[in-house]
Design a protein around this ligand. Structure first.
Ligand code: KIV
Ligand code: ZN
Length: 514
């Protein structure tokens, strides 16, 4: 088994994502997590890009021990010297890598560099020799390699290795390559470059066509020994190959790749969350490995299979990436088996006919609601099995107020057999009505979320109101649909209070039965 080196460039290419700039302190926090993740190389920045980048590389080179610290630089003396200076504390302890790059495609040569191929060959060799004066660990990247003439690229690779490059990177800078083609390009280099065995070949793929991870893996299959990637796949334009996907593909399909990495995979989720938090770049729910749904099953058939034998629908465990446990989401696709298991976990061991009733009520609710929570399920048990009647019922509501007069709400509630009424004022009619409910019910539950959204168009729109209440460790959401959003708000609050009451009583009943 070969061990593939993981070169993390979240702090350099990742930071080049629009809106993802990080402060030095934030970069240090990410770097510390990358140490826990056991990344082999951390690319800390591009010192010539700004004073801030220089300082960030310097602080990381000073403080971060374990991984090799790399700094990017163009193939010019000044850039290389700045990179060496910023990296110096790491270079002194033999853990500093200078990463110099130069474009090799004719498009870049003609339009950007205005250089001939011969000039580029000389510049590349000179840059590597210059970098080698500072450190024995020098990486050369042939920018836009995948749109370069493969024969010229082979000459560049041979030349830089002869000049002293210890790693040679073949970037798909603009995410243009197709997977088989990229794999062939790496194979071509292994076949055509006589001294290729003297360096590690690295892959660095962008995701413009959504192929960054598969291209990187094709590179590994063709002999690459290092993969450059970022946490959550952040990076220039559509991003880089996602570290978590590359690493988990190699781990899950180790025998296929005949390879492994040293990554501590159980630190992946923490790294993903940290990078999300710092950059504000969200991860889509269905994102592989670290998305919210990556280990969630909703379909009844999948839940049933998973409950019988995990491997039926799970190729890697959430625990292996630090993502907690598998979630069996209760929704309209869930089946009886999934509901039964969840109820058991909640402490309800129902008889078959009781389960039928609960399942029917669950299906009815799941048709209206995207996800059915444990508390919803408990409320269903309370209502259908223990027949606990709703404690609170709205009898009458009147609100008044305007731009120049205070808002007040007059409210009548049935509480059990009693009929209670009160009036309150507030910051708007909903606030006034909610205060009135609180004082009538004496409930200590806290309103932790309140949302109103129109579900039909027009001024007579049907509004959906959600009111989430928390009491001790119990959290419930009340719902209502109404054209009058104030009345709808009161009904949602009352619905949530009723759920809290029925769950508490249902639990007592459940305990009596078992
Ligand atoms: O995408 C790219 O070509 C790069 C190089 C500088 C390595 O990021
Ligand atoms: Zn890149």
């Amino acid at each position: 088994m070969r061990t593939i080196k993981i070169f993390d460039t979240t702090l350099r290419d990742g930071e080049q994502s629009p809106g993802c700039s990080m402060s030095i302190e934030e970069k240090l926090r990410v770097a510390r997590q990358l140490v826990k993740l056991k990344a082999d190389i951390i690319e800390a920045g591009f010192p010539a890009a700004s004073e801030g980048d220089f300082q960030a590389v310097r602080r990381i080179a000073e403080e971060i021990q374990g991984p090799t610290i790399a700094a990017l630089c163009r193939a010019t003396e000044k850039d290389i010297e700045l990179a060496a200076e910023a990296l110096w504390p790491a270079i002194e302890r033999n853990a500093g890598r200078i990463h110099t790059f130069l474009a090799t495609s004719d498009i870049h040569l003609r339009h950007k560099l205005k250089k001939t191929r011969a000039e580029v060959l000389d510049m590349a060799a000179a840059a590597v020799r210059r970098a080698r004066k500072f450190t024995g660990d020098v990486e050369f990247s042939a920018e836009d390699a995948t749109r370069s003439d493969p024969e010229f690229l082979a000459r560049v690779v041979e030349t830089v290795i002869r000049a002293g490059a210890t790693t040679v990177n073949i970037p798909d800078t603009v995410g243009y390559a197709i997977t088989t083609e990229y794999g062939e390009l790496i194979k071509h280099l292994f076949a055509r470059v006589p001294n290729i065995g003297e360096a590690t070949i690295s892959v660095h793929c962008h995701d413009d066509l959504g192929l960054a991870v598969s291209n990187s893996l094709a590179g590994v299959l063709s002999g690459a020994g290092q993969v450059e990637c970022t946490i959550n796949g952040i990076g220039e334009r559509a991003g880089n190959a996602a570290l978590e996907e590359v690493v988990m593909a190699i781990r899950t399909r180790g025998p296929y790749f005949e390879a492994r990495t040293d990554i501590a995979t159980q630190e992946i989720m923490a790294a993903s969350k940290l990078v999300r938090g710092i950059t504000g770049m969200h991860v889509q729910a269905n994102k592989a490995v670290v998305g919210h749904n990556a280990f969630a099953h909703e379909s009844g058939i999948h839940q049933d299979g998973f409950l019988k034998e995990k491997s039926t629908y799970e190729i890697m465990t959430p625990e292996s990436v630090g993502a907690g446990a598998t979630k069996l989401v209760l929704g309209k696709h869930s089946g009886r088996h999934g509901i039964q298991v969840r109820l058991k976990e909640l402490g309800y061991d129902l008889k078959d006919e009781q389960l039928d009733k609960v399942f029917a009520a669950f299906k009815e609710l799941a048709d209206k609601k995207e996800e059915v929570f444990d508390e919803d399920l408990e409320a269903i048990v309370a209502e259908t099995i223990y027949r606990i009647p709703a404690v609170y019922k709205l009898l009458h509501l009147h609100t008044s107020g305007g731009t120049d007069s205070p808002h007040s709400a007059y409210l009548e509630l049935a509480v059990g057999r009693e009929r209670l009424r009160t009036q309150d004022t507030g910051d708007g009619p909903v606030d006034a009505a909610y205060k009135a409910i609180k004082s009538l019910t004496g409930s200590g539950a806290q309103l932790i979320n309140y949302e109103v959204k129109a579900i039909t168009p027009g001024t007579d729109a049907q509004g959906e109101v959600v009111a989430v209440l928390r009491e001790n460790k119990l959290q419930v959401s009340g719902h209502s649909y109404h054209t009058n959003i104030i009345e709808g708000s009161v009904l949602a609050y009352v619905d949530a209070l009723n759920k809290l009451e029925s769950i508490k009583k249902g639990r007592q009943n459940g305990k009596q039965i078992s």
